[in-house]
Design a protein around this ligand. Sequence first.
Ligand code: SF4
Ligand code: SF4
Length: 444
Amino acid sequence: MENTTDFHLFESEVGRHLLVVDGSRLYDISQELPTDEGTLSKLVEEISPAGSQRIDGTALSPPPLQTLSLNVAQTCNMGCSYCYAGQGAFGGKPKLMSYDVAEASVDRLIAESGEGADLVIGFMGGEPFVNRPLLCSIMPYAERAAAAARRTVRFSLTTNATLLEPDDAKLLARHRTQVAVSIDGPKAVNDAVRPMNDGSSSYDRLIRGLQLFEKHGRPYHLSARITVTPSARDLPGILDHVLSLGFDSAGFSPVLVSLDPSQALEQTDFDWMLEGMIASGQKAQQSILAGKRYSFSNFETALQEIDRGSHRPYPCGAGAAYLSVSADGGLYACHRLVEDPKHRFGDVWSGSDYSARASHLTARHVDRQEPCRSCWARYLCGGGCYHEVDRRGRPACDYIRGWLEFCLASYVVLKERAPDYFRNPDLYFDTTVAGRLQSAYSDN
Ligand code: SF4
Ligand code: SF4
């Protein structure tokens, strides 16, 4: 397929298509149109004339803050073999965030947010429930403080779910929290890489945690985060198992950076990773066509971004509208970059360092990265996670492009055969289920 800095030609079950990189615009290409580079370049010049590009290399100025993650417990009750953070301590001593730091964090987020903003506070670790009393007190405070400042606030929390108690489930349900649970597959697969600190199984404790959610209060959204290490290759089987546990969605995240390098994927591992991702994506595509839920979050997120025409010169909001607070109140680009002096952008008392954030956004613009500036996937990918790129480089680019090409091809098929899915996925599944019930009723 022709493939340049400015466009990418690809095929799907329903025809040939062109991604115009500027603006992530998609076009169907007739079978008669020559697809040599010269013809397509001319076409792309008409769509996106020089000087009118939607992303022109100008760096983003730091926007108002919208999301802050609080590392409430830089320590953990588990000993995962691949952890990038050394059980949450990031190479330092284990620490718990005090109430004063958490309150100052909430106040800082409100002070640096825009009028009427819809704010998000994430709780991370280590394991956040190691610092349970803080969670119980800071959530109500954040809601009161946001309301007084005419903002709204939502919460997210990433947990291993092994310390959950009935009151924790009630707390998260009451405060409308999106909960992400880390689980890596069936019991044997999960326990091989996610043991408790004493080496015992975490799986049974995690299942008990999920049962507590069902019994005492289900979070607003319950997702699973599946970490992919070199030893667990059956991605479709793992995804089937995890979704069968009742999660609203589940997605994969490969290990690129680990304190134990044997737990990180090598370049050659991305071949089987891509195969597994595509097999899982194909199952999710078939499920959408059949009107059945099979919420593979990597796939659904990619579909939604392509549908929105998402084009961005950064991989994420780190250092822009998103910052992370260390247990002792330092502000960092994100939760993985906590305690990294190069990514320290102020503290919760004196405020975020605007000029350091601006320098970060200038340096990290994808058009200033090599080899990203000539990659057709750059405004969908954004140039790769800062944490991973700094420590590991970019070993997964063929995998990223292969996955995006699959998602683009799947998108055009679904857009043609299941357009209602893109209008409102929740309504789409509810309606198709109702349709099946109705026809089953009529048949009888
Ligand atoms: S990180 Fe790789 S895939 Fe992503 S934009 Fe850069 S070169 Fe392309
Ligand atoms: S830098 Fe990496 S880990 Fe941090 S928010 Fe961005 S993508 Fe996520």
